[in-house]
Design a protein around this ligand. Structure first.
Ligand SMILES: Cc1ncc(COP(=O)(O)O)c(C=O)c1O
Length: 393
């Protein structure tokens, strides 16, 4: 069974490109060119040089000694929090901005939830001297204020999305609307493995540097390339796709995807797509999606802005359906407590999104000899206000 995209843009039953006719030329231009351009030697050279010298890759694979002792297993953290701009998102924006330049585009748009993708997009636009407009839900603008300020400092325009839940889904709708209105000069840098084909595959490829590095680093540290478990949180699914990518076909590697249960799966305030979702179409892709019986999208909720999305990327829907990955959902409270626990056990303040992934340590029993790799997708600086309010710090 294949866990990669097929020629038509599908992962099993999921994926494809369900787009309005107005978007067809843009998406088709991308589909016809993305593999050719990204495989080009000069592209690869520029991409890897920027990842090394600008982003700071390879990020460390850190053996978390105190955590490992407490849970009686071997826990490694992949330190994407140490990437320039504070999260994995920049791996993808570097790749896409190089692609946009080669396609001759001069105006960049993006959507953002936690603001990390917006910051990463504003950063690469500044780096390349391109105009940048970031759509962001009004609620996210409030809860991620430091990232809004960073985007503005970097020269980006932040446009509020005021419809629906005023979060990531609505920001994505606005960005798609903009793209339809500006089809010639504009490139849309999508921030996760979502959207119409070829975006999910393209973003997964750019993020796959994470698992490529994990393999080399484990070989050096443990004498083997494959861990027993890889664990990552899933919003749209890009850090997870990158963490899983080179292990998808390695049957002995267990894959765990972690979703936000919000206030509880059955609370009506959740973003646990695998538990609650049904097949549907969102943002140009057929995938699992939280929806009412008549097909209206259910407003998602999570304390973490980056996991607050009513769907998952089609790759993850396929991993769920085929049971290649185990999906576990973690509540706000569990994740927030892990924010404190990571801070005080390892001296690392995690993004609230990443804190969800650590909470799996309380849900599953690992063997002493197991090698467990958890992707620490981002740092917690952007979440300080949420931590302060929650814990009355
Ligand atoms: C630190 C961090 N982790 C995870 C995510 C979730 O996104 P994805 O599932 O695409 O990795 C975000 C999204 O903004 C994020 O900022």
């Amino acid at each position: 069974m294949s866990f990669h995209v097929n020629e038509k843009g599908f992962y099993g039953n999921f994926g494809g490109a369900y787009i309005p006719e107005m978007l067809y030329p843009n998406v088709e231009e991308l589909r016809q060119n993305y593999l050719k351009i990204t495989a080009d030697k000069s592209f690869q050279k520029e991409f890897h040089e920027l990842l090394k010298d600008y982003v700071g890759r390879p990020t460390p694979l850190y053996f978390a000694e105190r955590l490992s002792k407490e849970y009686n297993t071997k826990i490694y953290l992949k330190r994407e929090d140490l990437c320039h701009t504070g999260a994995h998102k920049v791996n993808n924006t570097i790749g896409q901005i190089l692609l946009a330049k080669r396609l001759g585009k001069t105006r960049i748009i993006a959507e953002t939830g936690a603001g990390q993708h917006g910051v990463a997009t504003a950063t690469v636009c500044a780096l390349m001297g391109l105009q940048c407009i970031v759509y962001m839900g009004e609620i996210d603008i409030k809860r991620q204020a430091p990232n809004v300020a960073r985007m503005k400092m970097l020269g980006a325009e932040v446009r509020p999305a005021t419809s629906g839940s005023k979060t990531l889904k609505d920001a994505t709708n606005e960005a798609i609307r903009d793209w339809i209105n500006n089809p010639i000069d504009t490139y849309y840098i999508i921030g996760s493995v979502v959207g119409p084909h070829p975006y999910p595959d393209m973003v997964a490829r750019f993020q796959s540097v994470i698992s490529e590095e994990i393999k080399a680093q484990l070989l050096e540290k443990e004498g083997q390339e494959n861990p027993d478990y890889v664990i990552a949180c899933v919003g749209g699914g890009s850090n997870a796709a990158g963490t899983f990518y080179h292990f998808l076909d390695e049957k002995e590697v267990n894959i765990i995807a972690v979703e936000a249960a919000g206030k509880g799966i059955d609370s009506g305030e959740s973003a646990a797509t695998s538990a609650l979702g049904k097949i549907g179409i969102i943002h140009g892709s057929k995938t699992l999606l939280m929806q009412s019986p008549d097909g209206q999208i259910t407003e998602p909720y999570s304390i973490s802005a980056g996991l607050d999305y009513p769907g998952v990327g089609p790759m993850h829907a396929h991993l769920f359906e085929t049971k290649r990955a185990e999906f576990i959902s973690i509540t706000d409270d569990e994740a927030m407590n892990w924010g404190i626990k990571m801070s005080q056990t390892e001296g690392i303040i995690p993004a609230i999104e990443s804190a969800h992934a650590f909470a799996v340590l309380d849900k599953k029993k690992f063997k002493t000899a197991d090698i467990v790799v958890i992707n620490l997708s981002g740092r917690g600086d952007k979440d300080l206000n949420t931590y302060i309010d929650y814990f009355k710090l």
